[in-house]
Design a protein around this ligand. Structure first.
Ligand code: HAM
Length: 431
């Protein structure tokens, strides 16, 4: 029986046209990071399971991970995210100049149900600052995120950066009557609010609140708050330092002017390690209903590797998720998909001039010109069709006469004009 032509479900393969789009997206992400003084790093794809079991949470590690025992009998995992590896790398550096500002675009693996914007092997752009406890660090990473959206020419009306704080929500939930032992379940229920129907969610929340209707009603009121000056919220949070921090962060955001940033107490994030401000980037239209990006402050990850207490803040952004969003709004420039793979095609008239054609190709390439040399050996007409199929604008023909005179005809396929010259003249003309 013939083997299947399909990859495993949810695994990533890219044809050149798709790859060009992905590259456009990742290069734009890198550029925005470099513009803000961030440096690139990388880490291993295979990690010890314990690294993620400590803090990433049961959903990610227990239910969505690719883990196995390697030949050395070690329990390992294909990294489902980058943040624990980053924390370890920072913890291991003795003399690191803090704060560090690093970015990376790792391939990550999660055994999720493949659906729009969610696959099992995905590129996740990460950008983090470690070693600053100031809210300026939260502000800086959100500014870079905003800069990214601007660099893709996305108007602020089509996306929303919903933000809140884990510390604030912990305090607020307790003031709503949630007992400490139910807090984790309530957080987890709140995180699932946008992933199910309102009725199903109300049931889930009620269960998480130990079936206490009064408490569940308070929690629903809390996650429905839309403004920090809401009277009910202000009364509830009277004297709370966590609330003061949230108000202060709101002032910072307003001071800079980030129209897409909206205080959203329902944003709590699914990963266990967040401790402070958290945020998520969502499409405000209906087509992409899962988060494009999520992040926040994590105080205790680096501390897992010894006694260094280094706080971090950052985000992860799904390259596929973002690409689908950009495609939804027509924000991938048409030239990216159609880009020709070469500037010039060398058509080879007969087998006896192949090495001369090779020499010409090598010369033009040495001049920085992208050259595709024919390897089909087909008739010249077919070679011209091939160049045109690739969208290559120029074809230089190499035949025995051209080789003898060292003068070549170069046809412009767009307007039909022909230029004749030596390799040097052709190079100059192409430039
Ligand atoms: P996360 O919310 O698990 O956070 O993932 C961040 C983003 O990665 C999501 O918003 C989504 O765009 C993308 N993503 C997640 N799972 C998938 C998937 N199965 N397929 C495609 N894209 C996916 C984290 O991973 C944190 N470590 C982010 C972070 C960095 N926090 C601080 N620094």
């Amino acid at each position: 029986m013939a083997l299947s032509t399909k990859p495993l479900s949810g695994m990533r393969q890219r044809l050149p046209q798709e790859f060009r789009v992905e590259k456009y997206v990742t290069e734009t992400l890198s550029l925005s990071s470099v513009l803000a003084g961030f440096e690139e790093y990388d880490g291993p794809v295979i990690e010890p399971l314990a690294l993620f079991a400590a803090k990433s949470g049961d959903e990610l590690v227990g239910r969505q991970s690719y883990c196995f025992t390697d030949r050395g009998k070690r329990e390992v995992i294909l990294r489902p995210e980058m943040t624990p590896s980053l924390a370890r790398m920072v913890a291991a550096q003795g003399e690191l100049q803090l704060p560090v500002r690093w970015f990376s675009t790792p391939l990550c693996y999660r055994y999720e149900r493949p659906q729009r914007g969610r696959v099992r092997e995905f590129l996740q752009f990460n950008l983090d600052i470690l070693g600053s406890e100031k809210l300026a660090a939260e502000l800086e990473v959100i500014l870079v995120l905003q800069g990214i959206m601007v660099s893709f020419k996305a108007p602020s009306s089509i996306y929303r950066i919903g933000w809140s704080s884990r510390r604030f929500m912990t305090d607020a939930l307790s003031r709503c009557g949630v007992k400490e032992e139910h807090s984790a379940a309530v957080f987890s229920a709140i995180d699932k609010r946008d992933k199910m129907s309102a009725e199903k969610w109300a049931d889930l929340l009620l269960g998480a609140c130990d079936n206490d209707n009064g408490v569940a009603t308070q929690v629903i009121a809390l996650v429905s708050v839309q403004s920090l000056s809401d009277n009910w919220l202000v009364d509830l949070m009277s004297g709370s330092s966590a609330f003061e921090e949230v108000v202060e962060f709101n002032q910072l955001l307003e001071g800079v002017g980030i129209p897409s940033a909206v205080f959203s107490p329902g944003v709590v994030r699914g990963l266990d390690y967040y401790t402070g401000i958290v945020f998520e980037l969502m499409d405000t239209g209906g087509s992409n209903n899962r988060s494009l990006c999520g992040g926040g402050r994590y105080d205790n990850l680096v501390g897992l590797f010894g006694n260094k207490k280094i706080s971090g803040v950052g985000f992860g952004l799904g390259v596929l998720t973002l690409t689908l969003f950009l495609e939804t709004y027509g924000l991938i420039p048409p030239g990216v998909k159609k880009a020709a793979p070469a500037d010039v095609y060398i058509a080879v008239a007969s087998a006896d001039v192949v090495s001369s054609a090779g020499r010409l190709a090598t010369f033009l390439r040495s001049q920085g010109i992208r050259v595709m040399m024919d390897v089909s050996g087909k008739k010249l007409g077919k070679q011209f069709n091939e160049a045109s199929r690739y969208g290559i604008a120029f074809v230089v023909t190499v035949g025995s006469e051209e080789v003898a005179s060292n003068r070549y005809k170069m046809k412009n396929l767009t307007d039909g004009t022909v230029f004749t010259g030596s390799p040097e003249e052709i190079s100059r003309e192409l430039k």
